[in-house]
Design a protein around this ligand. Structure first.
Ligand code: ARG
Length: 283
């Protein structure tokens, strides 16, 4: 989470306001998405949050799956997903570490507009079926519109102050802001499928490293941390992908479907090779 300095506080001492260490019972669905190559020291590879929405299915942001410097999506095997412990450096008997077998995102996602910033990851091992785990459990997705002004929880291992990620999972309460109010703040940058939450007076927000993580209301994930202008700035709330808006797309993704996509890719490859061969033979 990200916290700004207390407004009007002239003393240089940075003060964290309005956040607290997450409670296990309320954040069993939180996952830490990591880059394998940076996670040699367990915990250092953290790039994003995510929510477990099925035993092997993780909801996150599309931009967490995208390598901006290489301008391409990452491959599933570049990721490792960790859940079950509040401290991201700690690996206990309750920690589940899983490889990722495939990922899904919408082709309409764009890094400039942040349109359709939702993605899904399929875990190779995930949460064992038919078991009750003490610190890991999937969360349901919102299927209804959340009322404006509702107090929601956002959690993550993201930035707390200038540049440091949090070691321990933090949660903060933010309120859902009316779409039109947020639109008047962010203008045409606020698209359909985006919702805003925060405090208009600033001070409490998600921040870099929290992306992909959940915004929760009434035990359901209603938003995915996506973007904002700075963090916790007065008048500039955090922007989240609207889970209810993307509900059907998210629901329809399944490990089987991405296998089909893969087959389709092969089909196109063979069709392409076939037509090149045909063209060479014919002329
Ligand atoms: N894009 C950021 C990330 O990748 C999340 C930013 C959220 N910003 C905000 N002010 N709520 O982690």
């Amino acid at each position: 989470m990200c916290y700004s300095l207390a407004v009007g506080d002239e003393s240089i001492e940075p003060r964290i306001i309005n956040g607290s260490i997450a409670k296990v019972a309320e954040t069993k669905h939180l996952v830490s998405i990591r880059l394998r190559k940076n996670d040699k020291n367990f915990g250092t590879g953290h790039i994003c949050g995510g929510s477990l929405i099925g035993n092997n299915k993780v909801l996150t942001a599309a931009h967490c799956l995208y390598n901006t410097s290489k301008k391409r999506y990452r491959k599933a095997n570049e990721f490792v997903v960790v859940m079950g412990t509040l401290n991201r450096y700690e690996r206990t008997k309750n920690t589940i570490v899983s490889d990722v077998s495939s990922i899904a995102y919408m082709n309409t996602f764009g890094t400039d507009s942040m349109r359709d910033d939702v993605g899904v990851m399929f875990l190779r091992t995930g949460l064992p079926p038919n078991s009750t785990h003490p610190t890991v459990a999937p969360i349901e997705m919102a299927t209804q519109v959340t009322p404006v002004g509702a107090t929601c929880q956002v959690s993550g291992w993201g930035r707390t102050e200038e540049n440091t990620l949090s070691n321990v999972l933090l949660s903060a309460n933010v309120s859902l802001i009316r779409w039109r109010t947020c639109r008047s703040i962010y203008g045409s940058g606020l698209l359909d499928g985006m919702i805003c939450a925060g405090r208009l007076r600033g001070g409490t927000d998600s921040c870099q490293g929290d992306s992909g993580g959940p915004l929760v209301y009434a035990d359901r994930v209603i938003g995915v941390v996506s973007w904002g202008y700075g963090c916790a700035e007065p008048g500039l709330p955090g922007v989240y992908a609207d889970v209810q808006y993307y509900h059907q797309w998210i629901e329809e993704r399944s490990a089987g479907f991405s296998a089909l996509q893969l087959q389709q890719r092969w089909l196109w490859l063979w069709l392409g090779l076939g037509s090149i061969l045909w063209a060479t033979l014919a002329f």
